[in-house]
Design a protein around this ligand. Structure first.
Ligand SMILES: Nc1ncnc2c1ncn2[C@@H]1O[C@H](COP(=O)(O)OP(=O)(O)OP(=O)(O)O)[C@@H](O)[C@H]1O
Ligand SMILES: [Mg+2]
Length: 269
């Protein structure tokens, strides 16, 4: 393990309701300061992995049944979410990202510890407005009335006010116009640069995620099937074909052929 390693997920297995194995031996690592992408299609186990790291799987009656999650040298698997949050991990969840009946300002105040002073709350709120000036303009508007893009900004903001060292982000691009997604991704790069925050990003959209990432993992059926430097993953034929939709007509290999190819040649970037 590299001394810069912030997060290590080792042979992680997650089982829902003592019956459904959603993640079957995933290993990945994130170094301090990196942006790392986890990509994969529906049901691959992306959200489960992020929720296992952040401790939220317990809410869905799921448990880490094998393997481990280590954050800054400390085992955190199956710890409750508030403990993990205190250690410096914040999750921007896939669903229920904001409180729909609270204003933007109230949404940003909610995650901050009750003992924080008024000026401290204000400082944290202003930090979010620095990255997302649009939220400052709308600060009295309730979460439920925001556009999809504004809602994502608020969800990221709600994580930032917790001052995380590691930000876990689940599907930022879902349902948003490409230009909106591009803006959000640029903001993540700025956040990493200015706040020195490490980011683990889950996306169905490989092109979006790999464009800003240093390293990527591809998940399928609860397993890592490919991993490598983001720049090299983008050029990988399988990624192009299945995740970037760049296959030429008439040049499409069958899924079974691809599977065979995959079995015969695990690809390291
Ligand atoms: N609360 C739950 N109870 C039981 N099974 C679940 C639950 N949540 C997810 N699963 C199962 O775990 C597997 C992985 O789901 P997960 O949500 O992690 O996938 P994902 O990669 O995030 O997919 P998507 O891109 O659709 O969000 C799926 O087979 C799913 O049906
Ligand atoms: Mg998901």
């Amino acid at each position: 393990m590299n001394s810069d390693t912030m997060l290590t997920v080792d042979k992680l297995e997650v089982v829902y309701k003592r019956a459904i194995t959603a993640v079957q031996g995933i290993s990945l690592s994130v170094a301090r300061g990196q942006i790392v992408a986890v990509i994969g299609t529906n049901g691959a186990g992306k959200s489960t992995t992020l929720r296992a790291i952040s401790g939220f799987i317990g809410i869905d009656d799921a448990r880490v049944t094998d393997g481990s999650v280590t954050f800054k040298g400390q085992r955190i698997d199956n710890r409750p979410p508030h403990t993990i949050a205190r250690l410096g991990i914040a999750l921007v969840p896939e669903r229920e990202k904001v409180f729909p009946n609270l204003s933007i300002a109230e949404n940003l105040a909610a995650p901050v510890a009750a003992r924080a002073s008024r000026s401290e709350r204000r400082r944290r709120e202003e930090l979010v407005y620095h990255f997302f000036p649009r939220l400052a303009e709308l600060r009295a508007r309730i979460g439920g009335l925001l556009s999809g893009g504004e809602r994502q900004m608020l969800a990221i903001g709600s994580a930032l006010v917790c001052h995380p060292e590691l930000l876990l982000i689940d599907e930022l691009s879902l349902g948003l116009a490409p230009v909106v997604v591009e803006g959000l991704m640029e903001r993540l790069v700025q956040i990493r640069r200015e706040l020195d925050i490490t980011i683990l990003l889950v996306e169905q959209s490989a092109s979006v995620a790999l464009a800003i990432s240093d390293y990527g993992y591809v998940l399928e059926n609860g397993r890592v099937v490919l991993d490598g430097d983001a720049a090299r993953l983008k050029d990988h034929p399988e990624i192009k074909e299945f995740y970037l939709g760049q296959a030429r007509a008439g040049d499409r290999r069958s899924y079974a052929e691809i599977k065979q190819y995959r079995r015969s040649r695990r690809w390291y970037g």
